[in-house]
Design a binder for this molecule. Structure first.
Ligand SMILES: Cc1cc2nc3c(=O)[nH]c(=O)nc-3n(C[C@H](O)[C@H](O)[C@H](O)COP(=O)(O)OP(=O)(O)OC[C@H]3O[C@@H](n4cnc5c(N)ncnc54)[C@H](O)[C@@H]3O)c2cc1C
Length: 457
């Protein structure tokens, strides 16, 4: 039996895609920067089928790339050349939220949008949101420990995972779905899988912790004349607005670029920087917010105006992608050195990649800055090197929420010690002894012993 036969036996003939046209959507990432040919794309429909696919690939020594909604931005979910893509899209069932625990069970292929709809229908809140909500899946969100605009209040995926089911690289199915708030019996395997970027196991089911529903939501867009004022405002928002849920940063070039893309006039005066904040409370949080922002801030307490303000922030990513293939860096920096970092990035990028265009924005309250650079060829890593080194130099991290993927694996050593990386390698060897899961992702030099599945077809 060939690998193709084995996989067809595992999931059914029509869920093994070998036709290049059918494979194509699984082979290039959302940004267009990362691309590779898959040997095959396999679409299991149950956990047992996922286990059977992994068993077949291990027998054949064929490397596997798990893929959810393919919205990841660090090249970890698309093939590098010759791997089997294991698409979780068919595991998309969404359970009914349990009101007593405020938790819900979902298949790994369910989207964030589907989770949000289920939570709303039950009078609860998904406690997570970001622009790719209609494609990003729970499996991908858990695998990347995704954050988004509301992590400031609700934490990243790690804080929301109440239970997990996964097929480990060695083929074992591990399941802890009781959803108990307190359960410290032994090592917490689900916690190990959060943020493992498909290198240790394939997430098949998730038990998600929901939040109480938002009652009153108010947003505010503030124009500020210096980056130091931005840092001051973040501090006041954090300490004086208990209902604070999101604090985002926009810079003038980003606002102008988005407004041009949308064909709308800028709603704000010229300034050095803009802060978009949102507060959510059981009571109206307008007064809390108004007390800490300048008089000329734009307050939005109705849905239409709030959505218009948020569109400025969310559309920027889309506008940049429409202008070219961006190099996207998702870094974290200590708030105390945020202004310095924002000022040093443009000259550093210009020196590394002359003539390129740099945008900075992001989840300010978390110190999470997205640096997007348009201009360099996809394979030119000079700007990557400059930005990631700068983030490390100011005491930050090279990855705040998108993950390391293949894009940043060779810079992991900037922020993780040799001892930490060695411990990660030991865990990888223990849970994925044949090295079939996502070779080359996160840990540098983990290319699979069988670099391609093509020879086994
Ligand atoms: C417009 C836009 C806005 C975004 N905004 C944010 C944001 O604000 N915050 C944020 O954190 N991210 C953001 N992202 C990044 C992205 O959406 C997240 O990383 C998302 O969680 C990835 O989910 P996915 O299902 O698309 O995963 P994929 O892209 O398919 O995969 C991502 C990684 O997870 C692994 N993986 C996927 N599914 C599984 C599984 N079931 N088991 C094991 N491993 C798996 C893959 O191998 C890969 O390494 C944004 C992306 C876009 C395009």
């Amino acid at each position: 039996m060939t690998l193709t036969d084995d996989l067809r036996a595992a999931v059914g003939e029509r869920h093994v895609l070998s036709d290049p046209e059918l494979r194509a959507p699984y082979e290039t990432d959302w940004s267009g920067r990362f691309h590779g040919e898959a040997a095959l794309v396999v679409r299991p429909g149950t956990t047992d089928e996922v286990a059977a696919v992994l068993a077949a690939c291990r027998r054949a020594g064929a490397p596997v790339v798990p893929q959810g909604g393919n919205t990841g931005l660090v090249g970890g979910g698309v093939p590098r050349g010759g791997e089997v893509v294991l698409s979780l899209g068919r595991l998309d069932d969404v359970g009914v939220p349990d009101l007593a625990t405020a938790q819900v069970e979902l298949g790994a292929g369910a989207t964030l949008g589907a989770l949000q709809a289920a939570a709303r229908a039950a009078g609860l809140d998904a406690a997570m949101d970001f622009g790719a909500r209609d494609s990003a899946t729970l499996g991908g969100i858990v695998a990347c420990d995704s954050g988004g605009v509301r992590a400031l209040r609700h934490g990243t995926a790690r804080a929301r995972v109440a239970g997990l089911e996964a097929v480990l690289g060695d083929g074992t199915v591990v399941r802890r779905m009781s959803g108990l708030l307190k359960d410290n019996a032994g090592l917490n395997l689900p916690a190990l899988l959060v943020g493992s970027e498909g290198t240790l196991g394939v997430v098949t089911r998730v038990r998600w912790r929901l939040a109480a529903p938002p009652r009153r939501r108010v947003a505010v867009l503030v124009a500020l004349d210096s980056l130091d004022e931005v840092v001051g405002l973040v501090g006041r928002l954090r300490t004086e607005v208990p209902s604070l849920e999101a604090v985002e940063l926009l810079l003038p070039e980003g606002i102008a670029f988005t407004c041009e893309y949308l064909g709308v006039p800028s709603p704000v005066r010229d300034a050095a920087a803009y802060v978009l904040a949102e507060a959510v409370g059981a009571q109206d949080p307008t007064e809390e917010l108004a007390a800490v922002v300048p008089d000329d801030a734009l307050l939005a307490d109705d849905t239409a105006t709030r959505e218009r303000l948020w569109r400025l922030r969310e559309t920027l990513t889309e506008a940049i992608a429409a202008a070219g293939i961006p190099h996207k860096f998702d870094v974290g920096v200590p708030i105390a050195r945020l202004a310095e970092f924002l000022e040093r990035v443009p000259p550093a990028v210009e020196a590394a990649a002359p003539g390129s265009r740099t945008f900075q924005f992001g989840h300010l309250g978390d110190g999470n800055v997205h640096v997007n650079v348009l201009g360099p060829e996809p394979g030119d890593e000079a700007a990557d090197e400059a930005v990631l080194r700068l983030a490390a130099e100011v005491g930050g991290t090279i990855s705040a929420e998108h993950g390391v993927g293949v894009a940043k694996a060779r810079w992991l050593h900037l922020i993780r010690s040799d001892a930490e990386i060695a411990a990660m390698r030991s865990i990888k060897r223990a849970l994925d002894p044949d090295g079939v899961l996502n070779p080359g992702v996160m840990l540098p030099g983990t290319a699979s012993p069988a670099a391609s599945a093509t020879t086994h077809l």
